[in-house]
Design a binder for this molecule. Structure first.
Ligand code: C2O
Ligand code: CU
Ligand code: CU
Length: 509
């Protein structure tokens, strides 16, 4: 338990605002990957059509800016046949609405909080100023009409940055095209809050991308994959812990790998099907799971053509029979259905899954259409990493120990700065851990230099904001913080690891 969690507990905030509402108290026993104590109701796969999250329209626009509004609230999802699943969603839906932004054009999103808990909204992969990033302790408190309660809360937290009810986030979008996503980032509760549905796509587009003959429009589809556990009444099961149990030996060990579900959802639907023409499609894959990695493959063994990763288009397309995707990673792939006769069904498999987690979704080739798309030989030019002007070399060790996640031996403390980094300086970070850790850095896109001394595979040669480390593996990345000075964080994107403190704050000076 880190200091802040303890402080929150003392103030009675953790149990009142967090745990009970985050998913209810449940037996902490049996939360291991292999043996969840609750098994989701069985549902026949490929019965639901793939939902495509609606694109949000701005409430107004001027010459420089599109203004959006979103309300975070409780919603009702129809995921299991005949049952209602209460969720927490941006505008009450899961996934939240998609934002389509243009590089270089400003976006302002007013986030309103009608949930019963504080929230914090982060644009993952965005280069944004510290006030807009959102620091995990920068909370939007639930809207309340009780002024007294609001004042007491602000006084109690002694933090003037606290806002009640809403916050405007400003994103300048001074970066290249990329599939970004937004999600909750509330300190200690990111896991349960994303699990309940607080995640959506933010697609950043530019001319470079539009000039390429890639599939567009109805053939450019965002795909958010998550795993979840459902109770028999249709509600989501997140194994929350009663904080008073944390001293009981053995309890936290059950969480060490994070929370994995036994059921796969794609864009919020259970193992859906998607009807396609016999043409090429672009799928922007995002693994928004708390703790699960996927190894994706097509049942026909046809290779994917990967064209993009976290930071946008790759320098050149890469053909891959399997795609490993860790939490929060994005993989932009093309699948060409032109060789299949009408009537063919192709399953997107998870080779690391078993039983129900082995099938993700199905593509049904149902119609014939013209296709003007081409796989370009070059995509987005990117210079090879240049290490001649590196100013600093840092090593970070990621360790889980019982209920504590640490980076270089320390758990996250919102009041401690672990490193000072110079603006625009190139640095080499050497990353290593005692388990599987997808490491994510805020406000920077980096290049992978090597893994255990070997140069990265071609699909890792684009700009990244997440790097997946296998147990004991050592990776080196070249990172540079540009645009803004101020405090940011980096952390493990296994959300339970993050919530247990595997996060660190640095300051760009
Ligand atoms: Cu995807 Cu710090 O987050
Ligand atoms: Cu992020
Ligand atoms: Cu981790």
């Amino acid at each position: 338990m880190n200091i802040t969690r303890r402080a929150l507990l003392k103030r009675g905030l953790l149990s009142s605002a967090g745990l009970v509402l985050a998913g209810g108290l449940a037996s902490p026993v049996g939360l291991l990957r292999a043996a969840p104590s609750i098994v989701s109701p069985w549902v026949e796969p490929f019965q639901a059509p793939l939902p495509i999250p609606p694109v949000l329209q701005p409430v107004s626009s001027d010459t420089t800016t599109d203004y959006y509004e979103m309300t975070q609230k409780v919603g009702q999802a129809h995921i299991l046949p005949g049952l209602i699943t209460p969720i927490w969603g941006y505008n009450g839906i899961f996934p939240g609405p998609t934002i389509e932004a243009r590089c270089g054009c400003r976006v302002v999103i007013r986030q309103m909080n009608e949930l019963p808990v504080p929230v914090s909204t982060h644009l993952h992969g965005g280069i944004v100023s510290p006030e807009n990033d959102d620091d995990p302790t920068d909370l939007i408190w639930p809207a309340t009409s009780d002024q007294g309660a609001r004042r007491r809360r602000q006084k109690d937290m002694q933090d003037t940055s606290l806002q009640s009810g809403m916050k405007d986030y400003i994103y300048l979008n001074n970066q290249s095209n990329a599939t970004l996503w937004y999600h909750d980032h509330r300190m200690n509760f990111t896991g349960p809050q994303i699990y309940k549905g607080l995640a959506g796509f933010y697609l950043l587009k530019d001319e470079l991308e539009e000039q390429l003959p890639l599939p567009t429009g109805e053939r450019d589809i965002p795909i958010m994959i998550v795993d979840r556990i459902f109770r028999t009444d249709g509600s989501l099961f997140y194994p929350s812990l009663d904080p008073t149990l944390t001293t009981t030996p053995g309890v936290w060990e059950a969480y060490q790998n994070g929370v994995c579900g036994d059921t796969i959802l794609v864009n919020g639907a259970l193992q859906p099907f998607f009807e396609v023409a016999n043409t090429r499609y672009r799928f922007r894959l995002l693994n928004a799971s708390n703790a699960r990695q996927f190894r994706l493959a097509l049942s026909t063994e046809q290779p994917f053509v990967q064209v993009g990763s976290d930071g946008g288009l790759l320098p050149a397309p890469v053909s891959r029979r399997t795609i490993d995707i860790a939490q929060a990673e994005r993989c932009d792939v093309l699948i060409d259905f032109s060789d299949y006769p009408i009537g063919t069904q192709i399953v997107l498999k998870n080779l690391w899954g078993t039983g129900r987690t082995a099938d993700i979704m199905r593509f049904d080739v149902v119609r014939q259409e013209e296709d003007e798309s081409v796989v370009p030989s070059q995509l987005a030019p990117l210079d090879a990493p240049d290490i001649t002007s590196v100013e600093a070399i840092r090593a970070f060790r990621f360790l889980m120990h019982h209920d504590k996640g640490t980076i270089n031996g320390k758990s996250f403390d919102a009041h401690r700065t672990d490193a000072l980094l110079r603006l625009n300086a190139s640095e080499i970070w050497e990353l290593m851990g005692n388990g599987d850790h997808p490491i994510h850095i805020h406000n920077a896109l980096f290049q992978v230099l090597d893994r255990d001394g070997d140069p990265p595979d071609p699909h890792e040669c684009g700009l990244k904001d997440i790097i997946f480390l296998r147990k004991g593996e050592c990776a080196r990345i070249l990172v540079r913080f540009t645009d803004y000075r101020g405090p940011y964080v980096f952390h493990c994107h296994n959300l339970e690891h993050e919530d247990m403190g595997m996060m660190s704050r640095f300051e760009v000076v």
